[in-house]
Design a binder for this molecule. Structure first.
Ligand code: URP
Ligand code: ZN
Ligand code: ZN
Length: 487
């Protein structure tokens, strides 16, 4: 077979192991893995380098109006370019329904904008803010039919939050039609009551954001939504877990046989609440839930190690440090008014590689699993997240020794700052291929991406195993229910 491309002499890393192998590519696909593959039209020398699946970032906000009603700083072009430079070749951002929006129109709008601009492949989750009768009976099943197999729901934020009964409705629809429900789990009452008191007392600096979003607010909401999911035996995924208590609640539920997945993000491994405590500039580190302390970081690392947390995503939510994002009222902006979120698409992988693999906390296969393979498995992307014949040739070739001092000017998103400025990282993706096309070669053309706008394709996602109910409706309900144990 005439190969279009061979990546030669590298160390191939998959979630199940490391091997020395050449990777053969024809068109968009990996077709061979082996030693001494025949000469190809294009040869990439990967000696001394790691050949890994391109990252799959299953939680990022792109060209989306936030829960605060603020448009984020990245569009589908800048965000996907930034992702590619960071070694990520697939993203799953959100189509966001706000109250009053009709879901078919929301989906059409996001599809149009992404199709015009994305340079890497993308799927979508659907944020559900208004689960009325038509939404549940028609719009959500139709969205699932088109390959949007995950919904995000919020337990907080005035504009987005759902009551417990609404959450049960969405869970039941997801169960019946095959979708995963991602949950932003924070107790709204605790946060808004505390925030009201703080603002009333003139305590308006960003540091009070971290104080109001108590550890207990996350723990209560995680426990509550797990209880709701147990009633209908529907798999859920708790996004951006940040606390010792949150990780423990997920681990305990998993031990009982509940199908609950967890996610954490760079901000909960590499930042703490002290980063927010720097006057107004702390706004650049404000996200929900907020970064905590070293003990919570440790719990998140442990959760990633033992599987309580299945995936590591960016929760890239980029807002500029100006009136368009973090500071709508300039210096008078209170922590209640600033956009929540931090950028992270481009640094998600380099941070984990340097601080996780470099420090010996996680192995190379664990790195690949947490950044790519597990995302693809859970979210139904069987052609992504692995270096294997038949998979898409989405590949990041890393120089494990390259040292980079982080500076916002190096990055390609539109946020204008990075919470990780000044850190020295070791290990960097230097060559990036997406469906066989070489987009980036930092050796030959540093800082250049060769990718046509709109080359990224929408990925209709499959019904993954993660969506199958555990088969244990709680006994009181099972006795009565018409859905029994067979759905
Ligand atoms: O602060 C955050 N995480 N902003 C993004 C929106 C969300 O809740 O995921
Ligand atoms: Zn969230
Ligand atoms: Zn998010």
């Amino acid at each position: 077979m005439q190969l279009d491309c061979v990546i030669r002499g590298g160390t191939v890393v998959n979630a199940d192991g490391v091997s020395s192998a050449d990777v053969g590519i024809v068109g968009e696909k990996i077709v061979a893995l082996g030693s001494a593959l025949p000469a190809a039209r294009r040869e990439i020398d990967a000696r001394g380098r790691l050949v890994m699946p391109g990252g799959v970032d299953s939680h990022c906000h792109i060209e989306q109006v936030s829960s605060f009603g603020i448009m984020c700083a990245d569009d589908f072009h800048s965000a996907t370019v930034s992702a590619a430079f960071g070694g990520t070749t697939t993203v799953i951002p959100f189509c966001a329904q706000h109250r009053g929006d009709r879901i078919p129109e929301v989906l059409a709008d996001y599809h149009r904008r992404a199709a015009e601009k994305a340079v890497i492949d993308y799927g979508f989750h659907l944020i559900v803010a208004n689960p009325d009768g038509d939404t549940l009976a028609r719009d959500l099943p139709e969205a699932i039919e088109t390959g949007i197999r995950s919904f995000k729901i919020f337990m907080t934020y005035d504009r987005m939050r759902l009551h417990d009964e609404q959450i049960l409705d969405v869970l039941m629809t997801a169960r019946s039609h095959g979708a995963l429900v991602m949950v932003h789990a924070e107790n709204h009452g605790i946060i808004s009551w505390l925030a009201g008191r703080m603002v009333g007392q003139g305590r308006v600096a960003p540091r009070y954001h971290a104080i109001c979003h108590t550890r207990s607010s996350e723990a209560e909401a995680i426990n509550r939504v797990i209880a709701l999911a147990e009633v209908v035996d529907t798999p859920i995924l708790i996004v951006h877990v940040s606390t010792i208590e949150g990780v423990a609640a997920i681990r305990e539920a998993q031990a009982r046989g509940v199908k609950v997945y967890g996610e954490t993000c760079p901000q909960y491994l590499f930042l703490t609440a002290r980063d927010i405590d720097r006057g107004l500039e702390g706004a650049m580190f404000c996200c929900s839930p907020p970064p905590r302390d070293e003990a919570a970081q440790e719990a998140c690392w442990q959760g990633l190690k033992d599987g309580a947390l299945a995936v590591y995503s960016s929760d890239h939510a980029p807002y500029r440090y100006d009136a368009s994002g973090k500071l709508p009222k300039g210096e008078k902006t209170t922590f209640k008014e600033m956009a929540n979120g931090v950028p992270g698409l481009e640094l998600r992988l380099p941070l984990l590689f340097s601080q996780g693999v470099g420090s010996g906390r996680i192995s190379l296969p664990e790195f690949v699993n947490l950044t790519a393979t597990r995302h693809a498995e859970i979210y139904g992307l069987s052609a992504k997240g692995r270096i294997a014949p038949g998979c898409d040739a989405d590949i990041a070739i890393w120089d494990p020794t390259r040292r980079v001092k982080i500076d916002a000017a190096l990055l390609h998103d539109n946020t204008g700052y990075t919470p990780y400025a000044g850190r020295e990282l070791t290990g960097w993706p230097v060559v990036v291929l997406a469906r066989g096309e070489q987009l980036i070669d930092q050796d030959a053309a540093p800082g250049v991406i060769r990718a046509e706008r709109g080359r990224g394709r929408f990925l209709a996602r499959e019904r993954s195993d993660a969506l199958r109910p555990a088969g244990q409706v709680i006994p009181e309900v099972a006795q009565l229910s018409q859905w029994g144990d067979s759905l």
